[in-house]
Design a protein around this ligand. Sequence first.
Ligand code: PLP
Length: 404
Amino acid sequence: MNREDFPILADDVYGKRMVYLDNAATTQKPLQMLNAMTDAYMHRNANIHRGVHHLSQVATERHEQARKRVAEYLGAKSAKEIIFTKGTTDSINILAFSFGEAYVRGGDEIIVSQAEHHSNIVPWQMLCERKGAKLRVLPLDEDLRYDVDKLEALITDRTRLISVAQVSNVSGTIQPIEEVISIAHRHDIPVCIDGAQSAPHLMVNVRESDCDFFACSAHKMYGPTGLGVLYGKEEWLEKLPPAEGGGEMIDHVRFEKTTYNQLPYKFEAGTPDFIGSCAFASALDYVDSIGRKQVTDYENSLTQYMEEQLAEVGGVRIYSRGTEKAGAVSFNVYSGDRLIHPFDVGTLLDRQGVAVRTGHHCAEPLIDYLQVPGTVRASVALYNDKEDVDIFIKALRKAIMMLG
Ligand code: PLP
């Protein structure tokens, strides 16, 4: 789909067609987004919110329009609920610090799952260390889905927040977050959703899912690197203190006392990425111009095709096979009982022009749970097609022959 819009895909790799299947790490960029970025630098580059001059006002207007665009895309009630950050990691760190300052005391508990990316573990762990709180872990069922039946038992009167991913960045599994949110809310516990892997592939709607916080990264959604979003329900954000101090986030600064800006600026210290925000809005426009539902359906069917094709390759063990996935499939290759190291598989695929990700995918607790040194992960985006998958499978068969 629309491969020609992505200039980098015209480059070859070792003289071969580039088969880019590392989209869960970052997506390639459409010309439309790249042009929007260049255009913003060429015609609207002035620091925002502060200037009385024309250029600053135009730049401010476009940045705030971009915020509205993101709010609309994610289904937020208001643009005030959209905080621009550096990415998912930054979003979760900001939330963990801010929420922790206001609501977490010694002996309190935060719940994450066994399948989280380090970005949704370490910030909470750091908070727990700071406050003397405890990190509790929601287990998985045999399909690597959250074992929601065990959630009730994990919740105590000290549980302050639950933070889980909507889609696993290792197995691509779509997680039952609606059930998590509904159980949590019955106990008046807020839920943060790590949407780094869901926002690029699913029809995310934060209001429909009723999550309290949601984090995602622009670079995984055809947008620029270094930009992300922290969504928070307005009623929560109003109650939380700022996580970082500096310009923009203040109302008045006096040595005796500083007062803070209104939402969302209270959480945006320093000069924001006002060029990246416009480029991100243009990436979202790009996806909408194709049709978000079409993109989602297309990627789902391609992921399913990839899993079916992989299942036919002898020695391949797919994780969470047969479950509903968004974008990614993870596997290992066995020669008899011997696991062929994912790094070796990835290296031989690379030599054939196929880019996949190997290793622990920044989710070591899940990899330990699977009792493997890592996995090979192939992940699709809207510009991949069956030809990419077929080349990948052929290259994998060749790699297995050489390694087996
Ligand atoms: N959470 C998940 C599920 C991810 O897949 C990733 C990145 O791969 C992150 C968080 C971190 O995203 P970023 O590095 O853009 O902050």
